[in-house]
Design a protein around this ligand. Sequence first.
Ligand code: OGA
Ligand code: NI
Length: 343
Amino acid sequence: MATKTFRLANGGGPLSLTPKYILPQEKRPTLSEISILASIPIIDLKEPSALVVEQISKACEEYGFFQIINHGIPVELCDKTMAVITDFFELPPEEKAPFFSTDLTKQVKLFNYFVKDGSQNKVSMWSECFSHPWHPLDDIIHLLPQNPPQYREVVAEYAKEIGVLMKRLLSLISQGLGLEKDCLEKKLGEKPILRAQGNYYPPCPDPELTLGLNVHTDLNALTIVSQTEGVTGLQVIKDGKWVAVESIPNAFVINLGDQIQVLSNGRYKSVHHRAVTNKTLKRVSLATFYAPSRDAIIGPIEDLIDEQHPAVYRKFHYSEFLDEFYKQEGTRRMVKEIFELKY
Ligand code: OGA
Ligand code: NI
């Protein structure tokens, strides 16, 4: 199959596997070691709610990741959303270029991730990412792409549905921890930071040499990911081994971020994950994030602390966590470790 050439907003001619994309040996993915036997749990939200709570709780303890089916968001809307995101990434580079920015504080931005190698040189990830808020949208809607023409309308409709699903998941996760349904939502504050990030991974001539997205944990509280049907790429750590997340139709991948690990006093896990590339197929994912208000105070929830379970983290304002995160940009991400209490 002939692969279409892909052009990044940030640079030159057709994308090719030049040295700037080649990772040092120890950071490469070693794809032969990926376990194909294991996968993350798949949870049917149409099952009775007590069962769903129990399954989600187990998944949050053991994997930090799960997939949901029968989640209530119409398939056509999910498909339309993935289509507008994909069309945006596939615009000619000069049309995407105005969105490109290396300014981390920009509300709407197209960018490339990098990692630093042993000599502090930047190695680019084999991907392009587009990030903007998904709620509230009114203040920034005029900053979103006008091409493809349906982008704003479709993303706004999708965001509404995601808002409902986020609240439902936070409630199910709260119940799994034995807390009131609205406990986590309240702890995360009244002005949660709600951002969406599209990730575009073009086919890569040699997926052994690069990564689409470097190993990381999500720093927010909760993430909902929609991904191209039929193409795998997301991998998560389970018992020290990389496990590929299957691509199943009409499902969302859900993962916990660092803030829920802290709030649950370490009972629920924010797990390391990465995206690998594919030799012949492009892959697109859309992550929607739910993060605390900047001024929210995050720390182990009191009801979850007792003699057997002393607090593992100190309390902090979410803004402190963000500052630490930006300080570590491009290097080893060990953000929540900074807030651990040592006995
Ligand atoms: C992310 C992420 C995974 C994917 O955006 O934080 O982990 O499948 N994305 O692209
Ligand atoms: Ni992630």
